[in-house]
Design a protein around this ligand. Sequence first.
Ligand code: F6P
Length: 546
Amino acid sequence: MIDTPAYKALKAHQLSMRERHLKDMFANDAERFDKFCVEACGITLDYSKNRASDTTMGLLMSLAQQSGLKARVEAMFAGDVVNTTEQRAVLHTALRQQHDTPLLVDNVDVIEQVRQTLAKMKQFCHQVHQAEQACFDGQAFSDIICLGIGGSFLGPKIVYEALKPYHLNKQQLHFVANVDGSHLNSVLSSLDPNRTMVIIASKSFSTQETMRNAQTVKSWLVDAIGEEGAKSHMVALSSNEAAVASFGIDPQLRFPMWDWVGGRYSLWSAIGLPIALAIGFEQFEQLLQGGYDMDQHFLTAPMEQNMPVIMALLGIWDINFWQVSSHCIIPYCHYLRGFPAHIQQLDMESNGKSVTFDGKAIDYYTGPAIWGSEGVNSQHAFFQQIHQSNAIYPVDFILPLSLKNTSETHHDMLVAHCFAQSRALMLGKTTEQAYQELKAQGLDDERCHALAPHKAMAGNKPNNVLLLEDLSPRTLGSLLALYEHKVVAQGFIWQINSFDQWGVELGKQLSGPIHRRITIAEDDGQFDCSTEALIARYLKRKKSSA
Ligand code: F6P
């Protein structure tokens, strides 16, 4: 990336942009919104409040072209091995393909595999809803515990929350990820094992935390309804057929996954079964349709009108040319309160990397720290820092224009606050303006001069506003795919592998010996003095509370 002429031109261009303020760019160009706005798949992206000019956008598009973005995207969609360290294709897009054109991976048509799994999911949802797939005693399930972590948890859970107005309420779903027993125990104590299904979502079926939780739930079921009874209450979503069988799950109740679907991109696969059970398979198909709509946009729209590409490039502009290190996601919508956490894993587990595809050390920043929470709450929590600290925190405001279960009065206020925050970040307030406001309030001159600097805001703070026509499964599917493609496009431009996650391996490796020391006092060598002291402190407390 940094060897491209566009990168060098952007470095020089940024120097010229440093002195410009967004409020002046708006004052000097009444067409700015029209120039920096793109619509696709029920989403409107207003990117006019970025510190970018026509020249900026042109140079960023050149960076994408010179980085070979288009060819890499097409290779991914075609099933090429783009996950080079794991030697895998990356085909979460195949999960939502809306036509039957074959796609071969190792000479197997993955589209046929997807179709068969979707058919199995559809039949299962129908059977559970009709109590044809029922409890061991033939009664309908009342509750479903969904065990999983990372991509096997976040995607399904946030979509379940986001689509609450579409819930059929046939069963209540309970998502559990943490191995902290206090969560699982609070769920189990509230449920009846005779009426509860457990879905164990784990592509590897070896993730320690999920398997610990799964064993605890299995024991809970077996204690109540016996080994045989429990068999009809346990479902697995996994690529590991052998591990699922040895756990004691009926092979008929395993829904397959494949290596060419990464965990953080997997909600469209069988991992999405909880979503389909909650909203019905037909609505789940609408979610897939929305993802497909955005796939087509990403593949066919010219770069200058390509929503994921524009968001990707503006992120690169912030990170690599303004040294910004985080990106804030603020959905102005309670149903989307979990969305930032899903994007955290999607973005940070994909692009938190430091070597290129071919293993060369990187000397530029890549993926940002993703954070955020629901608006308007965040205005009363951390927006102070975004407005008045010297650091820059680019914000994505996400706002459904139309929402179920709200009222015009409430939505009007939510919308007004969202737009006001975006405007305030762009506009700021000068010390002089603050001084005049204080004077107008009748404060004496000395007090006005003393207070004004504290009330000034720099403004010129970059932010995007994404307007959703509604929060339907289809529009939500497009929004989720939009961020997937933004992350992938950035990774391709940064020349990194966005599809592996070797960085999580060390922690897993180190937990084993520590766990053995804690549980069976196995002494296979000394840890560092901090870890030794921490373990000793825990064991002492454990002994005292025994
Ligand atoms: O965090 C590492 C990771 O492998 C994620 O990529 C994945 O989503 C999560 O753990 C769960 O993995 P599995 O679905 O195999 O249990």
